[in-house]
Design a protein around this ligand. Structure first.
Ligand code: SF4
Length: 716
């Protein structure tokens, strides 16, 4: 018996959770999603889904969970009232125009999200830079991918992951560093597990302070002290140099800067690295030999490298291993950064980050600004550097930024050092929150709420970790007054333009997502990612495609599967760069008062701040409440037992949480899941504790390390 009626339909789309970008089929009827299963034709997941993807249908229809209408309050002492969409658009335009005229364009900022589709990103970016006239636009991908962006650009010359998912099955050695795909990218983990089962000689090395579930595949686990990755990678390279495992010919023909790096890493002997990283020297030697002697070596990495005050240096140090051994541009090779969100890549392509422009251009480059201005049809773009994520909120706190428009992200849960973030939101003159879910913590600070459509109500495109662009398709219509993000942005932008630059209103007259994509794609022409000839129509006809997609040619999957197959890099002279960021310890070392190293990370069945994933009961069973995980020796030292309530304290805040013994941790390390915010627990949530120390180049915060103390609560 089927619940589907005569109008039953199947819509092919993409899972809205992680950067794996799995294809799904949405089975719907009478405006309701009935079930979701894997799209067997999508090349990224090949018919696989994880627990989150399989549970998608259960997250869609929940009474009371959605923002169904626009809301406004004229002052902070009032309660918000429901208003019509047209009134909301007028208010947004009026208030933004007032702030721009009074304080200038840089008093406005946009904080957007890797949950947005590329078309949404493109419109927001155009509104910020071409209409408002500010570079103050950044995305929550700043929290997950910006160190990977800077690492790629400094070494390979472009922000482009060079490998593809098929390489998981082709590598002889897979080095997984600072990533837990078993939880964060489960379908990639499944593909790797299948490959290892088929090829038992494949070596898997996992670098992580915790023995995560991913270590079930590990032939070698290096449980390094949190934050010491650069020293480990330098030591591995030093060993490969000494043992003649580097590829001198590749280095000579395709790279620059190896000689000075070789000198600088000289001091990172296996013994010295053991002292810094806390893992046996012989294991470091073994890892270096497995990597250096492999016919093909692939690295997978994510937040453990990126969310660090030396995230860029960690990325470049890992990429050096590939450049020095020529392990790039061939099947089964390459430094492969796994993106966290479904469209972190699309946001980078659309340039919706303070440090980027569309088509991977650079806002600090006058020629690039001129090109983008011409393509958008405006005279010029702003020169003043934009504020990155944390600086937007610091600007609000200091009163330099007056208005922020937040779309599809929940900074009142997800940004570190919540006390400062919430103070910033309270201080703002205008907070616009464009949101789908009514329990998002950030709504408490909104003056104006715009009701957003969400998966599976939206249409457009996303790009996954392997540079594959897929169509997202709406299966049902949004409830109430909810609208796709790009429509809300365009409606306000047209009204704002009429107030501050009337001729620019036409810049936001799109007749649909396909037109936005066409404009966006044209902006990639001549750039490293060039997919200027790609359209929604082609994607609908040919299915998901990787970039670069060459204009005027039939798609050539082999050409796009891997980058740098010819050893030529987009650096001007064609040579990749060794760029030594140097080893630096964590920003907040442990002390007598704060003796524990607090790391944070994902649980398998939750997603970000749980606005969607908390709606499906099956997903909450895996971890029903937030806990602080401690090594047994630290439990004994603190006289703490399982389920005791403990006070977890950092320099920024304190939380009371139940303790859980976990011998997968290194002694002295403690782990906190990242998902729970004030909507689901007492206090300001997990990020009341985390640090806003950041990498100086990528501006990515060090969410992976804070110095902490844990004490039994008196009432425990
Ligand atoms: Fe969705 Fe990621 Fe799971 Fe694929 S691996 S089903 S994209 S959460």
């Amino acid at each position: 018996i089927s619940a589907a009626g005569d109008d039953a339909r199947v819509t092919r789309s993409i899972c809205c959770y992680c950067g794996t970008g799995c294809g799904v089929r949405i089975h719907s009827s009478a405006g309701r999603v009935l079930t979701v299963d894997a799209d067997p034709l999508h090349p990224s997941n090949q018919g696989l889904l994880c627990s989150k993807g399989r549970a998608l249908a259960g997250t869609v229809h929940h009474d009371g969970s959605r923002v169904l209408s626009a809301q406004w309050r004229g002052s902070r002492s009032e309660r918000r009232r429901d208003i019509a969409l047209d009134e909301a658009y007028d208010i947004a335009a009026r208030e933004l125009a007032r702030i721009i005229e009074t304080h200038g364009p840089n008093a406005v900022a946009f904080y957007v999200s890797g949950q947005l589709l590329t078309e949404d990103y493109a419109v927001f970016n155009k509104m910020a830079r071409a209409l408002v006239g500010t570079n103050n636009i950044d995305t929550n991908s700043r929290l997950c991918m910006s160190s990977a962006v800077t690492g790629y650009k400094l070494t390979l010359g472009a922000d482009a992951p060079p490998a593809c998912y098929d390489d998981l099955a082709l590598a002889d050695t897979v080095l997984i560093a600072g990533a837990n795909p078993a939880f964060a990218h489960p379908v990639l983990y499944q593909r790797l597990a299948a490959a290892k089962a088929a090829r038992p000689d494949m070596k898997v090395i996992v670098v992580d302070p915790r023995r995560t579930d991913t270590c079930a595949l590990a032939d070698l686990h290096l449980p390094i002290l949190a934050g010491s990755d650069v020293a480990l990678f330098h030591a591995m390279l030093n060993i490969m140099v000494w043992d003649g495992l580097v590829d001198d010919d590749y280095i000579a023909r395709h790279t620059a800067g190896f000689a000075p790096l070789k000198q600088r890493i000289h001091e990172f002997t296996p013994g010295a690295a053991e002292n810094i990283c806390g893992v046996p020297a012989q294991d470091i030697v073994k890892a270096a030999h497995w990597f250096g002697r492999a016919g093909s070596a692939l690295s997978l990495y994510a937040m453990g490298l990126n969310q660090s005050s030396s995230g860029t240096a960690k990325n470049t140090a890992l990429i050096h291993l590939h450049l020095a051994t020529g392990q790039i541009g061939r099947p089964g090779t390459g430094p492969f950064s796994l993106t966290g969100q479904p469209n972190a890549m699309g946001g980078r392509e659309a340039g919706a980050m303070a440090t980027l422009l569309p088509g991977h251009r650079d806002p600090g480059n006058a020629a690039h600004r001129h090109e983008v201005a011409r393509l958008w049809g405006v005279d010029s773009l702003p020169e003043l550097p934009g504020r990155t994520a944390l600086d937007i909120f610091e600007g609000l706190r200091q009163g330099r930024v007056k208005a922020v428009w937040i779309a599809a992200t929940n900074p009142a849960q997800s940004l570190p050092d919540q006390a400062r973030v919430r103070a910033a939101l309270s201080r703002a003159e205008l907070v616009i929150v464009q949101e789908a879910f009514s329990h998002a913590e950030t709504l408490a600070y909104a003056d104006l709420v715009l009701p957003a459509a969400t998966w599976p109500e939206k249409s457009g495109t996303v790009t996954n970790s392997e540079r594959r662009i897929s169509r997202v398709r709406a299966a049902i219509t949004p409830p109430g007054d909810a609208r796709p993000d790009w429509q809300l942005a365009c409606a306000v932008a047209r009204r704002l333009a009429r107030r501050i630059a009337p001729w620019k209103a036409a810049l936001f007259d799109y007749d649909g997502e396909a037109a936005i994509f066409a404009e966006h794609a044209r902006m990639t022409a001549g750039q490293d990612l060039d997919y200027s000839a790609l359209t929604h129509e082609i994607l609908d006809r040919d299915g998901p495609l990787q970039w670069p997609y060459k204009p005027g040619k039939a798609p050539d999957p082999a050409a796009s599967a891997r980058l740098y197959q010819d050893g030529v890099f987009p650096t001007g002279d064609g040579r990749a760069r060794f760029h030594d960021g140097g080893y630096a310890p964590v920003a907040e070392p442990v002390s007598a008062q704060y003796p524990l190293r607090l790391t944070s990370g994902r649980m398998r069945d939750q997603w970000h701040s749980m606005t969607r994933s908390s709606l499906e009961t099956a997903l909450t069973r895996h971890a029903e409440e937030p806990r602080i995980y401690l090594h047994p020796s630290d439990m004994r030292r603190g006289r703490v037992s399982d389920d005791d309530l403990v006070r977890v304290r950092t320099r920024r805040g304190v939380l009371v949480l139940p303790a859980r013994q976990d011998d997968a941790l290194r002694p002295g390390h403690t782990f906190l899941p990242m998902h729970w915010g004030s909507a689901f627990m007492a206090g300001d949530g997990i990020n009341a504790l985390t640090s806003s120390a950041r990498d100086p180049l990528s501006h990515q915060p060090e969410l992976k390390h804070s110095a902490a103390s844990v004490q039994a609560a008196p009432f425990a």
